[in-house]
Design a protein around this ligand. Structure first.
Ligand code: NAI
Ligand SMILES: O=CC(=O)O
Length: 328
């Protein structure tokens, strides 16, 4: 007798090649438009699907997981960050969770460098002047930024993306410093020419640029709080491609306005998609709409990871990118 195909519900539009392959392998319900699912649609999905493929904009919390039907056995996230999924409640309900780490590492690290350069070299101000047609020609003292070469970069969270940032920043001549939950192996540290700081306070006080690359978890919520931000040099710049919640965004805004920090390059926000309206018009802040991993190649590879996780699960094994609560 032919085996029943797994019923898979995908919450957002994915690259076409990924949707096609999912449809070939499974009994898939795809989104017709790109609007996020409503709570009611998500509830309906978890009640009936064997596998849910959500993405980072879906709140897969305890309340939703509590509504899941007994078929739901895997939440195969399209995305690396899993702070929108209650992994512990899923585990208690016998539901596996997987994500898509690794394939967006280089794209996100590239964006960290782009943000770093955009802020320190005042690219946004330059572009605005050109767009307004107000440029009156080259001048020796116009638009002077600061050089990255020779500056100290402090990486908060030295995992995949943090290390990829370190390699790029070395090529720009920066000195690499980091704080991580666990110190890297000596060979990796030597390879990256990176200096480890056990104390976040001591590290942030000495850096010219901070790149936030740890996940958002209960232990990293407001890791850069008002007190730590105040330890930073007034000439320092912060780049955040991790999650908005890791920085106290209100404190950051106050300090940028007061000139107590030189600038910020942000891809992620604590206060949701409207961002922080006060940040939007600051000339020393570059804001992107969460596009760190947004390359065609990367988004297809993320889909391939989802496919591999679901297929491996369908074949009776644990998905290769399974997330367990102890990893958080
Ligand atoms: N902006 C974007 O488009 C993207 C953002 N991300 C975000 O970047 C985050 C990091 O991604 P990866 O580097 O792939 O993850 P990873 O798991 O490889 O690295 C995270 C590192 O942070 C460290 N860490 C965890 N808690 C910490 C703490 N309390 N203090 C210090 N270090 C801590 C971990 O030990 C690990 O080394 C993701 O969780 C996601 O939120 C990921 C991909 C794209
Ligand atoms: O922020 C993006 C992700 O995949 O996580």
């Amino acid at each position: 007798m032919p085996q029943k195909r797994l019923s898979v519900v995908v919450t957002r539009r994915l690259p076409e090649a990924v949707e096609t392959r999912l449809s070939e392998l499974f009994d898939v319900t795809l989104r017709e438009d790109d609007a996020p699912m409503t709570r009611a649609e998500l509830t309906e999905a978890v009640r009936h699907a064997d596998v849910l493929v959500p993405t980072i904009t879906d709140q897969i919390d305890a309340g939703l997981i509590g509504q899941a039907g007994e078929n739901l056995r895997l939440i195969a996230n399209y995305g690396a960050g899993i702070d929108h999924i209650d992994v512990e409640t899923a585990r208690r309900n016998g539901i596996l969770v997987s994500n898509t780490p690794g394939v967006m590492t280089d794209d996100t690290a590239d964006m960290v460098m782009a943000l770093m350069l955009a802020v320190t070299r005042r690219m946004q101000e330059g572009q605005l002047l050109m767009q307004r047609g107000e440029w009156e020609g080259w001048a020796p003292t116009a638009f002077l930024g600061t050089r990255l070469g020779g500056k100290r970069l402090g990486i908060l969270g030295m995992g995949r993306i943090g290390q990829a940032v370190a390699r790029r920043a070395r090529a720009f001549g920066m000195q690499i410093h980091y704080h991580n939950r666990r110190r890297l192996r000596a060979e990796t540290e030597a390879d990256l020419e990176a200096t480890y700081w056990e104390s976040i306070d001591q590290m942030v006080a000495r850096m010219d640029v901070i790149s936030v690359n740890c996940p958002h978890t209960p232990s990293t919520y407001h890791l850069l709080n008002a007190r730590r931000l105040k330890l930073m040099k007034p000439t320092a710049v912060i780049v955040n491609t991790s999650r908005g919640e890791v920085i106290d965004e209100s404190a950051l805004t106050r300090m940028l306005k007061a000139g107590e920090l030189a600038g910020a390059g942000l891809d992620v926000y604590q206060h949701g998609i409207r961002g922080n309206p006060e940040l939007v018009n600051m000339s020393n802040v570059v804001m992107l709409p969460h596009m760190g991993s947004a390359t065609i190649e990367g988004r297809i590879e993320m889909g391939e990871k989802v496919l591999l996780n679901v297929k491996t699960f369908a074949d009776g094994h644990r998905p290769p990118d399974q997330v367990v609560p102890s990893m958080l």
